[in-house]
Structure formats: C-alpha cells, structure tokens
Design a protein around this ligand. Structure first.
Ligand SMILES: NC(=O)c1ccc[n+]([C@@H]2O[C@H](COP(=O)([O-])OP(=O)(O)OC[C@H]3O[C@@H](n4cnc5c(N)ncnc54)[C@H](OP(=O)(O)O)[C@@H]3O)[C@@H](O)[C@H]2O)c1
Length: 135
C-alpha cells in the first residue's frame, strides 16, 4: 500500500485532502500540521504535529514513516503578512519546502507542492533544488 504524508492538514486545502483521503483505502495516510491537533473532529485520521520549517523534525518523521508521496498544503498564505514579515515568510514558504525536497530526495519520494499565482505566473517553470539553486 502506498504511503502518503500530508503537510498542512489544518488548512483549507489540507482539511479537504483529509476528507478525500479518509474514504480512500488505497493509501496509508499520515496527516500533519503545525498545530498540535487536527482542527476537525468529525473525521478520525492519523495525525501528528509537524513544523515543516524544522529540518530535523521533518527528517526524523519522514525517515520513520517513509512516504511514497508528500502532499504539501502547508504555507504562510496571508499575502500582506508575508510582505510585512519577510523573513518568516521565507522560512515558511521557502526553507520549509527545501526541507521537504531534501528529505524526499533522500528516500526517493515524490513531492507534490501546491503553490499560488501570487508567486507563480504559470509561464516560468521554477524548480527548487535541494542544492539551493532556483531556476
Ligand atoms: N485556498 C485557496 O483557494 C488556494 C488557492 C490557490 C493556491 N492555494 C495554495 O494552497 C496552499 C494551501 O492553501 P490553504 O488555503 O489551504 O492555506 P491555509 O488555509 O492558510 O492553510 C495553511 C496551513 O499551513 C499550516 N502551516 C503553516 N506553516 C506551517 C509549518 N511551518 N509547518 C506545518 N504546517 C504549517 C497551517 O497549519 P496550522 O493551522 O496547523 O498551524 C495552516 O493551517 C498554499 O500554498 C496556497 O498558496 C490555495
């Protein structure tokens, strides 16, 4: 059975993924988010707290769960707050994704990262490499 790790399960997209994946027996799913518990109690899911900006926590959870796929729905999404708190926005939206990229490479897992047209115009393809180069 394929294993899926969802990051950001407490967000709008993450909660929807929890509903969708809950009824799917094809995958073993572990949901995670920054908050210590899952915000919805209508459905029972396997959930763990994970701050994806914490490199060692990401490494330790991913190397023990060994997902085939990581679905990343975690992000700092308030655009005005991102403009005001740029360092925090970089940590949440760049460094945290680098942590996922790095560990996916290590265990040969696929990463599905959801972005937004606030940063991606649909024209220029941007590949974030674990080595740090962005093109
Ligand atoms: N919603 C939309 O209509 C839409 C449209 C286009 C693109 N997107 C993209 O889809 C993605 C998800 O959007 P959304 O609307 O679901 O966002 P959201 O409702 O703001 O949820 C984001 C979640 O990310 C979690 N999070 C933040 N920092 C984290 C960290 N360091 N480690 C782990 N979890 C962290 C938060 O979890 P806690 O609550 O546990 O703290 C939060 O619930 C974003 O990249 C967004 O740009 C969304």
């Amino acid at each position: 059975m394929k294993r899926v790790l969802v990051c950001g399960s407490n967000g709008l997209l993450g909660q929807r993924l929890a509903w969708l994946l809950d009824s799917d027996d094809e995958y073993e799913v572990l949901h995670s988010s920054h908050h210590r518990s899952f915000v919805q109690n209508e459905i029972l899911i396997d959930y763990t707290q994970l701050d994806i900006s914490n490199r060692s926590d990401v490494k330790s959870l991913v190397t023990s769960f060994r997902p085939d796929v990581i679905l990343n729905a975690a992000a700092m999404t308030n655009v005005d707050a991102c403009e005001r708190e740029r360092e925090l926005a970089w940590k949440m939206n760049v460094t945290a994704v680098e942590n996922l990229v790095e560990v996916c490479r290590k265990i040969d897992a696929k990463l599905v990262h959801v972005s937004t047209d606030y940063v991606f115009d649909g024209k220029t393809v941007t590949i974030l490499k674990a080595t740090g180069s962005i093109r």
